[in-house]
Every structure is written in C-alpha cells, then in structure tokens.
Design a protein around this ligand. Structure first.
Ligand code: NAD
Length: 380
C-alpha cells in the first residue's frame, strides 16, 4: 500500500512527518512512499533526498491525498484536508481529540481511521512512538537556546584576563520530559541549575544531572503528585508555600524556564508578575507552557516582551518547529515505529488491531465510529 506525507499547511509549521531515512524503513516494511513536492523544504530536506531514498515526489496535495492509503502529518488536518480524506484511509497525526471533537466527528463520518500520536499510551513498550516526549525533549533544549539568545551573558562562569564572570543561575520549574531536557542543556552550558517539581520522585533525576532540587518544607511533600505519574492541582496551602519559595528565588536567578503542566487543565500560574518585578534587569523567563495559557502571568503567546525592569519574557509556542530538521527526524521515527506495530506481517498492509493496548489507545476514529476515549484498561 501507499504511505504518503503532504506538506504541512499550518502557518509557521516547518516540520514534516516523513524523512528519507524513514522512507527506507517504510519501504522495507512493504510500503510505497509518496511525498508532496516541497514537503521537507522547511526542514531542509529537498525533494531529491526523498527520491534518492526511494520515495515518489507528487506534484500537489490533492494527488498525495488521492493516492495514499496512509497519510502521515504533523498538525491535525484543516477542513480542506479533511475534505480530501476518503473511506478506509488511515491518518496518523497529532490530533488532540479532547480539544477537537468536531474533527473527530468529520473524520469518523468519512470512514477514516485516525491515529493520534498524542494519544500513544506512555508505557515502556510504546516509548519509541512517544512523540509527545520526543517533541518535549526538543522544546526543553530549545528553551535554553532561546534563553541564551535573549540573555546578555555567558551561561558558564569564567576567570579570564578581562575579568571574572559568575555562572548564570537557572531555575527550571517542572521537571517532566521538557524540564529535564532544559536542566541537562543548561548544565552542559555551564550554568548553575536548580529545579522544582511537585512530584518529589524527580529529585533524584535532577540531582543525578548535577542540578539542585529545591525541596519544599511542607508536611505533605507529595501534594499535587497524582496517579499515573502526572501532576494534579495543588492545595491552596501547598501553592502558597510554593509561591513563597519562588519569590525567594526571584532576585537570585538570571533565567527561569517554566514547563509546569497538569493534564486537561490550563497551565498553573506559578511565576507571577511580582516575581518578575523582583528579578534583576537582563534576566529572562522562558515560558514553555505559553500555548496552554502560560505559567507566567506576563507571557504573551508567540512573543517576547520586555518588562519595565528589563526582564524579557519569552512566550514562543513553536519550539519543535524552530528545530524542524531534528524534530522531523524524531517525529518521523516515532511514526515509523507506529507503522512497524501496524504492519506485523511486514507486507505493506496495515492491520489496526484494536486488542493491542498501544494501537487501541491511539486510534480515535475507526470504521465509522469515534473510538476516543479508549477504555481505561487500554490507557495504562
Ligand atoms: P507534563 O508535560 O504533563 O508536565 C510537566 C511537569 O510539570 C511535570 O513533571 C509535572 O509534575 C510538573 N508540574 C505540574 N504542576 C506543577 C507545579 N505546580 N509546580 C511545579 N511543577 C509542576 O509532564 P511530562 O513531561 O508529560 O511527564 C509526565 C509524566 O509522564 C512523568 O511522570 C513522566 O515520567 C511520565 N512519562 C512516561 C513516559 C513513558 O513511560 N513512556 C514517557 C514520558 C513521560
């Protein structure tokens, strides 16, 4: 069967769901690969590289959607793309089904089997398909690079003939996948890093990376840490203690990277305007939660603002797309692994096995029905 990737149409989206390397792997799985002309250009992958890997470059999106049995994308399809789908086609993409009920309705009505990469269960067996993690890893790394771009000093301390330079002090709030990547990147640049998370079990990971874990002096140290490894909203008492801790940090730190999220909710406000006001001029806040409302109450999504006391607050929402080559490579690999699981006979024919926990978790429309949310037993 034919596996195809169109050019992404969302404004500012530079990633692509297929790379020449994944063309090679998918061909071995028995698929014929198609790519829309220019699909990889923003990720610096020319058409010729796809052709050299054995893919066929098609002239436009209409041809791609008409020919491909499986269409792989990064962003959820827009209405024009939905119009191009057909009965029995498989679509693999980020879909965020909880936020897009209308999209699920139209995809199921058109008989599409939609596989949401954001719904892949986060279990060990599925790590190779975990696109949320591969993109969060990039976001954490890039957050540090963007912070460095706005910061007027070195990260590392130096003693040179021209003077002594202290290391930058970096605070990372939220030590999930993105936070840990930010900690590792800032550490490797020589900064002095400290981090906080409501899940105390991450302390060991933070410390093993050479960073400091900021412990909170609170009777229920595990407040806010819920089942499934994800955070839950904190009690008002815990929150007050947490804000007190951050307020004490504000005059000391040069860079704050916030990554705190709670599934299904707006991002908690943790780095408040009065904390920004306490920061030194030249300091930087990078708010990785900007798309979900922001952890900092001064964040403007998509923009960098400068406060009257000279602090820059970075609210970009497109970190993986800012590293489109790397992000495309990792995302295409996640998808290729999904195709491995969907093609047990390696014969170029996908089998949507709804008894497989990983596939069941990710399939959100199938055979004319909406299959989201999956039964709880299929999520963990
Ligand atoms: P996330 O993006 O949902 O949240 C980011 C971090 O913010 C989390 O560490 C969370 O605890 C923290 N946070 C929430 N509220 C906070 C607050 N008020 N103050 C400070 N920090 C706060 O997290 P994620 O990166 O998706 O990871 C969530 C969980 O999933 C973790 O337990 C992680 O180990 C697990 N995980 C498992 C797998 C796997 O097994 N395949 C893959 C990735 C992640």
């Amino acid at each position: 069967m034919k596996f195809g990737a169109p050019k992404e149409r969302s404004e500012g989206e530079r990633r692509v769901a297929l790379t020449p390397e994944s063309v090679g792997r998918l061909t071995k799985l028995g698929y014929e690969c198609l790519v829309e002309t220019g699909a990889g250009s923003e990720a610096r992958i020319p058409d010729a590289a796809y052709e050299a890997a054995g893919a066929r470059v098609v002239p436009d999106a209409a041809t791609l959607w008409a020919e491909a049995d499986i269409v792989a994308k990064v962003r959820a399809p827009d209405s024009e793309e939905v119009e191009r789908t057909r009965d029995g086609q498989i679509l693999i993409s980020f879909l965020y089904p909880a936020q897009n009920p209308d999209l699920l309705e139209s995809l199921s009505a058109r008989g599409v089997t939609a596989i949401a990469m954001d719904m892949v269960p986060r279990i060990s067996r599925a790590q190779k398909m975990d696109a949320l993690s591969s993109m969060a890893n990039i976001a954490g790394y890039r957050a540090v690079i963007e912070a460095g771009n706005q910061f007027g000093r070195f990260f590392t301390g130096q003693i040179t003939a021209a003077g002594k330079v202290p290391p930058a002090r970096v605070l990372v709030i939220g030590a999930g996948v993105a936070g840990l990547a930010a900690i590792g990147t800032a550490q490797s640049l020589g900064a002095q890093v400290r981090a906080f998370d409501v899940r105390p079990e991450v302390a060991e990971q933070i410390q093993s990376m050479g960073a400091e874990f900021l412990f909170l002096d609170f009777a229920e140290a595990t407040d806010g840490a819920a089942t499934g490894g994800y955070a839950a909203p904190s009690s008002p008492e815990f929150r007050a203690k947490q804000l007190e801790l951050f307020r004490a940090q504000a005059p000391e730190v040069d860079i704050v990277i916030t990554t705190a999220l709670i599934p299904g909710r707006d991002a908690p406000k943790l780095w408040l305007a009065d904390m920004v006001a306490l920061m030194k001029p030249g300091s930087v806040v990078v708010d990785l939660a900007a798309e979900r409302g922001g952890n900092c109450d001064l964040t403007v999504p998509g923009e960098v603002i400068e406060t009257p006391n000279g602090v820059r607050v970075v609210g970009y929402t497109d970190y993986p797309s800012r590293m489109a080559t790397q992000a495309s490579t990792l995302y295409a690999t996640n998808i290729r692994h999904m195709m491995d699981d969907l093609t047990p006979a390696k014969n170029g024919v996908p089998v949507v096995d709804m008894d497989d926990d990983v596939i069941r978790g990710a399939v959100v429309t199938h055979a004319g029905a909406i299959t989201y949310p999956p039964p709880p037993s299929k999520i963990q």
